[in-house]
Design a protein around this ligand. Structure first.
Ligand code: BDR
Ligand code: CA
Length: 312
């Protein structure tokens, strides 16, 4: 099996951190680089957090690039209320010593897609889509070279988390999302509908802790911190672990099911800005542009996570 080449575009974020760890723990994945974007917290923190996570995994060799520090045409909205002041609140972490790459993340994305054989690189965005949209705008020739985009963002049945109508990643940069969803690249979307079906329960967090490793302890502590917000908000027994669903899909797509549908991004309305208008029921004849995931084998997903993270 040839490992699948991916770039993770991210705004860590505790759940982003778990997505990165899952990729680094999995032989099916060849992580070409991590591109940081402003989102959950400002860019200087997201790029730093990405490096913290690589060092935690014992992989200071992974290349981390800093990208766009604000959305295409709006002020940045952040989510410290969910992720804490550092974006990776929970246990205290030492500052990373591995370097940040000099190259801008957007240039890295463009260069990689031009250099690697066409149709071999998958983009895995788990934050606002600013870096990806900027790369597509600046170098339209790369669009046809992307194998697939597997992203976390949007919602249909779950509607919204940052506003009543919109999911955070899409809401922060709806213009960027519009560009990405209209690009014509094969697109797999992990919306809140799915991630809310895979909550961290006490038993699932205990399984991380029971690994008896630093990674296991860290992931347990992060999820402990991260879940307080969703438990209070939804009255649920745990929190959705959004971003690793994308990497899990690449490793084992049989854990997920969805529909190939049309998804459009709302950019005009103040009230529903960033809404992913998903034609789940096929009531329009707009072109089908996304495999919109609707269901997940939550037990299988957490079993995969536990098995993989234990390798680190
Ligand atoms: C998304 O927003 C962020 O807060 C999470 O990291 C995830 O990518 C969920 O709406
Ligand atoms: Ca994220």
């Amino acid at each position: 099996m040839t490992p699948r080449k991916i770039i993770i575009d991210t705004d860590p974020g505790q759940d982003d951190a778990v997505a990165i760890l899952l990729a680094l723990a999995s032989p099916e994945i060849d992580l070409l680089g991590i591109t940081a974007v402003a989102g959950n917290v400002p860019l200087p923190l997201t790029e730093k957090n990405a490096r913290i996570v690589c060092e935690l995994a014992g992989r200071p060799d992974v290349r981390v690039f800093a990208g766009c520090d604000r959305p295409l045409s709006r002020p940045l909205v952040t989510a410290e209320h969910v992720h804490g002041k550092t974006g990776l609140d929970g246990p205290q972490m030492a500052d990373p010593t591995m370097p940040l790459q000099d190259q801008h993340a957007v240039d890295f994305i463009i260069q990689t897609l031009r250099e690697e054989p066409s149709g071999t690189v998958t983009l895995v965005p788990v934050g606002p889509l600013t870096n990806i949209a900027t790369a597509f705008q600046r170098a339209p020739d790369i669009i046809a070279r992307v194998r697939e985009i597997v992203l976390m963002g949007g919602a249909y049945f779950a509607v919204g988390n940052i506003t009543p109508a919109a999911e955070f990643n899409i809401y922060v940069d709806p213009e960027a999302a519009k560009i990405v969803f209209a690009a014509g690249v094969p697109l797999v979307v992990m919306p809140l509908d799915v991630t809310h079906k895979a909550l961290t329960t006490r038993a699932r967090i205990d399984a991380f802790r029971a690994m008896g490793t630093r990674v296991g302890d860290m992931v347990a502590a992060w999820t402990d911190f991260f879940e307080r917000f969703d438990m209070a908000k939804y009255g649920s027994e745990g929190a959705p672990l959004h971003d690793p669903c994308t990497v899990a899909y690449l490793i084992d797509p049989s854990l997920f099911s969805g529909r190939l549908i049309n998804v459009e991004i709302e950019t005009g309305s103040e009230l529903t800005l960033g809404m992913t208008v998903a034609d789940w029921w096929g009531v329009t004849d707009r072109p089908k542009n996304a495999l919109f995931i609707g269901d997940i084998d939550a037990e299988g997903f957490y079993a995969l996570l536990a098995e993989r993270l234990a390798r680190l």
